[in-house]
Design a protein around this ligand. Structure first.
Ligand SMILES: *Cc1c(COP(=O)(O)O)cnc(C)c1O
Length: 430
């Protein structure tokens, strides 16, 4: 028997699910790029992107993935030989540091453990020792998609302000934008990075840089830079082609316009954050239930430090890979691989996996994924406590207290039905 036929579901942390509406919006003949409606569409997209990033300042669009924004952010703010401080909490922070090194910056790296947030005391120590303000910028990651940790960017801003340190605060929000609360202006973020294929629900291929006045001043001091990365003509184009330094990414723009209709105009950014939070809590409730009585399977213990867009987890032995394979082959759901938690090729690598719950996700998609995981745990005989799915259902139902939920109806007996004797479970229900 195989239960994988039907619509396959990709539950990885990017690319996320592209809404059918977005796909349909992209299915059009090529438009004129020298006049006509596309010009107004792009102007409206820029405004709505700012609404997502919560900024009154500048938004620019690149034909790029997220990696390109690491380079673009640096190209516009610092020059080779300058010093930057890179705060690393996982694979993606490491990636940005490597780019900074490769473009000739002096990079001081502050590494945290794989399942911790920034070390704020250490950051304060390094910055207060930097009396001559050699450090020109801080490179930070809001959500590091590898461990699913969420960093407190405002706490970093406060450290800079308390010390009167002028370094730019730059934030990689590629995993978090549209999913986790992010307030560019209120948190004093000078440069923010995002890309299309995660919370913004558009296929990979577009990426975004947001910058404020202070970052614009840093850019002005650099003089001429690589024209493709230069954000000045993109933010203040004299001709339409300058938005993109060449041909506009026409069909991605159609898709993005539709996605922003959904996110900004229809649902509202704050409601989208709330949806992500509830769905994330549902995922955590399931993991808590499954791992009850033992060590948590989730990489991040503190609820406040967990992303609402992705959950990274670890099972004993090679069970992470076994579970992923089973779900893909037998149940039609693909989970994310572990990233940066153990070197690939080692036995430990096979312990890790991730669940993406970012962008165009609703309760049935998340509950379906969790149901598939619970099915895999049963089928593969992976030791766990039953009841994860009903714990998640209780969160979606707004019944946070599981005990109350169990007492109120049949959910408790259903919870046992997966791995206990099916005949007994049937009797309990009848
Ligand atoms: C996905 C991701 C990236 C990389 O984006 P690409 O589009 O794959 O280049 C960078 N940083 C974070 C936090 C991400 O989640």
């Amino acid at each position: 028997m195989n239960l994988a036929n039907g619509r396959h579901y990709l539950a990885i942390p990017g690319p996320s699910v592209t809404p059918d509406r977005v796909l349909r919006a992209m299915h059009k003949p090529a438009p004129n790029i020298y006049g006509g409606p596309l010009l107004d569409t792009v102007a409206s997209i820029v405004e709505d992107l700012k609404a997502v990033a919560r900024t009154r300042h500048s938004a620019t669009i690149y034909i790029s993935n997220g990696h390109g924004m690491w380079e673009a952010a640096l190209a516009n703010t610092v020059r080779a030989g300058d010093k930057v401080l890179s705060l690393v909490t996982g694979h993606f922070g490491e990636g940005w540091s490597k780019v900074a090194q490769a473009v000739g910056l002096q990079v001081e790296v502050l590494n945290s453990d794989l399942s911790s947030t920034f070390d704020l005391a250490k950051i304060a120590e390094v910055l207060s020792a930097d009396k001559s303000h050699e450090i020109k910028a801080l490179l930070t990651t809001h959500v590091d998609t590898s461990s699913s940790v969420k960093n407190d960017l405002y706490a970093v801003r406060k450290i800079l302000d308390d010390l009167g340190h002028p370094a730019l605060l730059m934030a990689d929000c590629i995993a978090s934008m549209g999913c986790d609360r992010f307030e560019m202006d209120d948190w004093g973020i000078d440069v923010a990075l995002a890309s299309s294929q995660k919370g913004l629900m558009v296929p990979p291929g577009l990426a975004f840089l947001f910058f404020n006045e202070k970052a614009a001043e840093a850019r002005a001091k650099l003089g001429t830079i690589s024209p493709y990365w230069d954000w000045v003509p993109r933010a203040t184009p004299q001709a339409f082609y300058q938005y993109f330094d060449g041909t506009a990414p026409t069909h991605h723009l159609f898709g993005l316009r539709e996605a922003l209709d959904m996110l900004v105009l229809e649902e509202g950014v704050e409601n989208a954050w709330a949806r992500h939070e509830t769905l994330a809590r549902a995922v955590w409730a399931a993991f808590d239930a499954w791992s009850q009585g033992g060590e948590s399977w989730m990489m991040i213990d503190d609820l406040k430090k967990r992303s609402h867009a992705v959950t990274a987890a670890r099972l004993d032995g090679p069970n992470g890979t076994a579970l992923r394979d089973y779900l893909t082959e037998q149940l039609g759901v693909t989970l994310g691989i572990g990233l940066g938690m153990a070197p690939s090729g080692t036995p430990e690598w096979h312990s890790y996996f991730r669940v993406g719950h970012m962008g165009h996700v609703n309760a049935h998609m998340v509950l379906g994924t969790l149901g598939a995981i619970e099915t895999g745990l049963c089928a593969l005989n992976i030791e766990h406590t039953a009841g994860g799915l009903s714990a998640a259902a209780a969160v979606c139902a707004g019944v946070q207290d599981r005990a109350a939920f169990s007492a109120s109806g049949s959910a408790a007996s259903n919870a046992e039905s997966c791995c206990s004797d099916p005949a007994e479970a049937r009797m309990q229900r009848s």
